[in-house]
Design a protein around this ligand. Sequence first.
Ligand SMILES: Cc1cc2nc3c(=O)[nH]c(=O)nc-3n(C[C@H](O)[C@H](O)[C@H](O)COP(=O)(O)OP(=O)(O)OC[C@H]3O[C@@H](n4cnc5c(N)ncnc54)[C@H](O)[C@@H]3O)c2cc1C
Length: 450
Amino acid sequence: MAEVSELAGIVGEAHLLTGDDIGDDYTHDEALTATPQRPLAVVRPASTADVAAILAWATAHAVPVTARGSGTGLSGACIPRADGILVSFERMADILELDTDNHVAVVQPGVTLHQLDEATAAVGLVYPVFPGESSASLGGNVATNAGGMRAVRYGVTRHQVLGLTAVLATGEVLRTGGKFVKATSGYDLTQLIIGSEGTLALATEATLRLHPRLTHGATILVPFPTLEGVAAAVPRIVGSGLMPTILEYIDFITMSAITSAAGLELGVPEDVKAGALAYLVVVLENRSDDRVEEDTAELAELVTALGALDVYVLPPGAGAALIEAREKANGADDIIDLVVPRAAIPQYLSEVQAIAGASGSLVVGCGHAGDGNVHLSVFQPDAAVRSDVVGRVLSAGVALGGAVSGEHGIGTEKKKYLAAIEDPAKLDLMRRIKTAFDPAGVLNPGAIFD
Ligand SMILES: Cc1cc2nc3c(=O)[nH]c(=O)nc-3n(C[C@H](O)[C@H](O)[C@H](O)COP(=O)(O)OP(=O)(O)OC[C@H]3O[C@@H](n4cnc5c(N)ncnc54)[C@H](O)[C@@H]3O)c2cc1C
């Protein structure tokens, strides 16, 4: 029988936590429905070699391992098992390199988005993945394929990760990709590991693509009389060539909840508010104020022709506050982050309302409209009814050509829906891939599938 105390030989006594030394933070993430769990031990490695030794130990003794970045995940995926250990990356939080000629950053997994943003700003570059929580770690972003608001312009995490150092469950260390944007050299293992929620390998280093930082911008709020009007405007804005950095929709219920909770006054007159059933939030960025002004005028003309009630350029503070409040808005019983082709959003949202109405549930939302990622808050206190509603809402989206999760991942909280809705042949192949990477099944068992 293995003793977790043996792990002190790898990380040192001070970085092996057991019993009451394990703080509550290590027992949960931000998923609304998940149950916190205390592991046998928390291990805090300082290097790839430490991680390799920990994983070799875990495989040899068949002890489950869950990785943890910042614990901001929304699917329960970093919640440890009672019979397992939690590998926390807080000591591996260095930006190893900012290469301004190749436009890449090389980071350890515990680096946060906020930390990377400050460092890249200093050299006029940006890492453009911008999920709503800037305390999230790059390791967590890689493992969840984090998306966020700028995906409409820049894509998601998988479009920015050029290479990884990753440790397999056996303790073998892989280096994939590199400081280049193209490679056709066998299977793309970088992409396989991205989004695998800590079930295939643990990332100990990531090479990330950086972009020029556009320092001039405007946040524009556009009220529409109908949600369908908003949804129909989205493909037109994307097709206009204006290249919005952010293109979000917020329905009127969510908008009033956000603005009253955050005490935000956006300058929309009462008569316009009364007629607005949904809003678009558009951020335009460019290299100079003149260019931003030109783009804003063109956008205003376009949305007015598409039926917008008016167009408001928000003061910089209000724009940022609205976007931040939109990410934190809640109080719901569950959250769905399904993705559909963006042109299917109007049909999808009307199907969602029919499902919600039939079950006596309230399903409202906002989302990354530009990339079809709909975030729905489900208000239904009865767990059985809620589960049925969530299942139907997800199935309706998948039937329109969508996927169960656009960015939050499956974790433990959405796996029953994935099992019920996803193609069994694909799930079977995923299990076989999992076995090839992790023959003893120690990496995050119970996440994505059982
Ligand atoms: C207010 C709020 C807003 C949010 N908005 C968005 C959004 O707009 N878009 C979005 O995509 N997400 C969003 N999220 C979710 C969350 O921030 C992301 O899922 C983020 O990527 C999680 O990072 P983390 O460091 O907190 O990971 P954790 O929650 O710690 O872990 C997430 C997963 O990554 C695995 N993992 C962590 N580190 C490693 C590693 N080094 N190697 C392998 N596996 C690892 C864990 O085991 C787990 O499976 C939001 C969360 C909050 C609280």
